[in-house]
Design a protein around this ligand. Structure first.
Ligand SMILES: N[C@@H](CCC(=O)N[C@@H](CS)C(=O)NCC(=O)O)C(=O)O
Length: 226
């Protein structure tokens, strides 16, 4: 089916997961899927550097077309396979505006989540401060409350940009799932919890669930109290 496509990816990487969901939704199964190990630094291998000089994943190739930014790859797939699989960009101008707005806001959520769960990874040992981590955590909680409010306003059973599944869900769900993997409480964020539960049942999500999460279903509890 999609044998002329290659995706180099790492398990649990939200940017990689975005592209995998888009491929599933556009019925592009059968692509050449190359799972790389971050622990072994395989994302810095020549195989990746040949198509992505940043040495990052996702790295994606379709024939001679290289698209490495996850948002760009998702847009490329939607545009190239417009009439195939799920329609990810709604036609209505208002629906489209909300979809674009929320998908780019999703980058803020991703950055703020990373600033908490990967604090020790990003900040060298001698430069870490309790006060900075506390501030990052408060900033994340404020951001999560925004999303909780968006879902509340849309009503139960909604996706992130309305009653239909859209590109916003493709690109933002992996961040939401990562927050829950790191212990976010559905008790504290019931709308996000319901959204997470709804999405977990979707075939594209089941098919692309991070393999190391399947192997080890228990995540961390970093976010349990926020
Ligand atoms: N802007 C890129 C970000 C990709 C990214 O940050 N990938 C991470 C994995 S989640 C990575 O490869 N990190 C290794 C590195 O930067 O050296 C996208 O959204 O595609």
């Amino acid at each position: 089916m999609a044998q002329d496509m290659t995706l180099l990816w790492g398990s649990g990487s939200p940017p990689c997961w975005r592209v995998m969901i888009a491929l599933e939704e556009k019925q592009l199964q059968g692509y050449n899927s190359v799972l790389l190990s971050f622990d072994k630094m395989e994302h810095k291998s020549q195989q990746v550097l040949d198509i992505n000089p940043r040495g990052q994943v996702p790295s994606f190739k379709h024939g001679n077309v290289v698209v490495n930014e996850s948002y760009a790859a998702c847009f490329y797939l939607e545009s190239r396979f417009k009439s195939q699989g799920t329609k990810l960009i709604p036609d209505g101008p208002e629906e489209q505006a909300l979809m674009y707005q929320r998908m780019f806001e999703g980058l803020s959520l991703y950055d703020k989540l990373g600033a908490v769960i990967f604090y020790d990874y990003y900040v060298p040992e001698g430069e870490r401060l309790e006060s900075a981590l506390k501030r990052n955590t408060e900033t994340l909680a404020t951001e999560l409350k925004l999303w909780e409010g968006y879902l509340e306003k849309l009503g139960s059973g909604s996706y992130l940009a309305g009653k239909d599944f859209t590109m916003t869900d493709v690109v933002v769900f992996p961040t939401v799932a990562t927050a829950f993997r790191f212990g976010l409480s559905a008790g504290h964020y019931p709308k996000l919890g319901a959204y997470h539960a709804l999405m977990k049942e979707r075939p594209s999500i089941k098919a692309s669930w991070p393999p190391h999460w399947l192997e080890n279903p228990k995540g961390q509890d970093t976010l349990k109290d926020i």
